[in-house]
Design a protein around this ligand. Sequence first.
Ligand code: HEM
Ligand SMILES: *[C@@H]1O[C@H](CO)[C@@H](O)[C@H](O)[C@H]1NC(C)=O
Ligand SMILES: *[C@@H]1O[C@H](CO)[C@@H](O)[C@H](O)[C@H]1NC(C)=O
Ligand SMILES: *[C@@H]1O[C@H](CO)[C@@H](O)[C@H](O)[C@H]1NC(C)=O
Ligand SMILES: *[C@@H]1O[C@H](CO)[C@@H](O)[C@H](O)[C@H]1NC(C)=O
Ligand SMILES: *[C@@H]1O[C@H](CO)[C@@H](O)[C@H](O)[C@H]1NC(C)=O
Length: 335
Amino acid sequence: MAASCTTTWRCAFLALLVLFVSGAHGQLSPTFYASTCPNLEAIVRSVMNTTVANEKRMGASLLRLHFHDCFVEGCDGSVLLDNVPATPTTPAFFGERNAFGNINSLRGFDVIAKIKTAVEQACPGVVSCADILTLAARDGTVLLGGPTWTVPLGRRDSTTASMDLANRDLPPPFANLTSPDGSGLIERFVRKGLSAAEMTVLSGAHTIGSAQCQNYRLRLYNEARIDFQFAEGLKANCPQNGPANDTFLAPLDSTGSTFDNKYYADLTSLRGLLHSDQVLYPQNNQTQVKIVLKYKGDNAAFFADFAAAMIKMGNLSPLTGTAGQIRTNCSIVNR
Ligand code: HEM
Ligand SMILES: *[C@@H]1O[C@H](CO)[C@@H](O)[C@H](O)[C@H]1NC(C)=O
Ligand SMILES: *[C@@H]1O[C@H](CO)[C@@H](O)[C@H](O)[C@H]1NC(C)=O
Ligand SMILES: *[C@@H]1O[C@H](CO)[C@@H](O)[C@H](O)[C@H]1NC(C)=O
Ligand SMILES: *[C@@H]1O[C@H](CO)[C@@H](O)[C@H](O)[C@H]1NC(C)=O
Ligand SMILES: *[C@@H]1O[C@H](CO)[C@@H](O)[C@H](O)[C@H]1NC(C)=O
């Protein structure tokens, strides 16, 4: 490459070509730690295996934590940063953990800390928290019966986080499929470079884990497109007026600790738990309905498309090269 770079315009062209081909995630590679931390994947899998054996939901919680990392300024470990209290000379810093959808909801920070400690022991100062989280999300999926995929690695950790961007970019459970003001699920994912079809397959993550009453209450009491018995059953523990039982958990699909395509079957029986789940199976959009019916009828297609979309989501604007840092403690920026 350098040998043929003889004239200025050619050099400029080649530089541009390299930029284009390498793209935003060109430095990510599955073998990134092959020589610097060869046992990384085994270490992550081992901690995840024990964790999920003790509490299945934690596999789901780590999958969600990765999604919430990637949707706010890319997969850079920003979601893991703690709040920092005010000092006499500096204002308080509110991390993404404090954003609307995250506070009293995101889980798994302790698991990431545990994995990080084990990884630091084996290969100090080498592996980013963002990569650990990406691997943990994949392993949580696998351990609950879902598909596996090869994770490109080499992300670095941010030195900042943004509660405001988290509030802006994370989709709320009352979002519609599309919206004239751009707040729809499709528009939110398209802004991140993910298609309507990819949004629909990634929502299949709701085949595992649970949600709190405060996130599905309005659906139970205000919506017509909900199975009657399903709604009545949930109402017993989720009264119309909060704050009673605000945090009462219901599984996101009828097989909440198994990663399978039952989520899509539930949508077709109007048993989606969140408003944002049920709108994926609309009455008035055959293109969208077809995607849901495809995954309902074809678990292998769901698994394959989910894995591909997870890799794409995991590649959202990572920090690479000399950008960012490798945090020593995932909750705090290095001093
Ligand atoms: C499409 C837009 C999405 C919306 C509106 C949404 C919203 C939510 C909400 C409100 C909860 C329950 C939180 C609680 O009650 O504490 C939840 C849970 C969950 N979400 Fe999503 N989500 C979306 C997409 C995704 C994606 C793309 C993934 C991962 C690829 C994902 C993975 C999960 C998982 C695994 C859980 C269960 C977590 C647990 O049990 O700890 N979600 N989501
Ligand atoms: C994973 O956990 C299961 C128990 O759920 C155990 O039987 C198995 O040996 C563990 N595997 C590894 C690699 O730790
Ligand atoms: C979703 O659509 C319904 C029906 O058109 C509308 O009443 C509601 O305000 C919309 N919600 C959001 C968050 O845009
Ligand atoms: C709250 O949930 C409990 C089960 O944990 C249930 O027995 C109780 O009836 C619920 N309370 C209300 C007001 O719905
Ligand atoms: C219908 O669904 C397709 C595929 O999901 C999507 O691209 C399109 O924007 C949707 N149209 C409306 C009006 O919701
Ligand atoms: C990481 O930092 C947090 C916040 O300061 C602290 O509570 C925790 O003990 C630290 N973890 C380790 C392993 O040092």
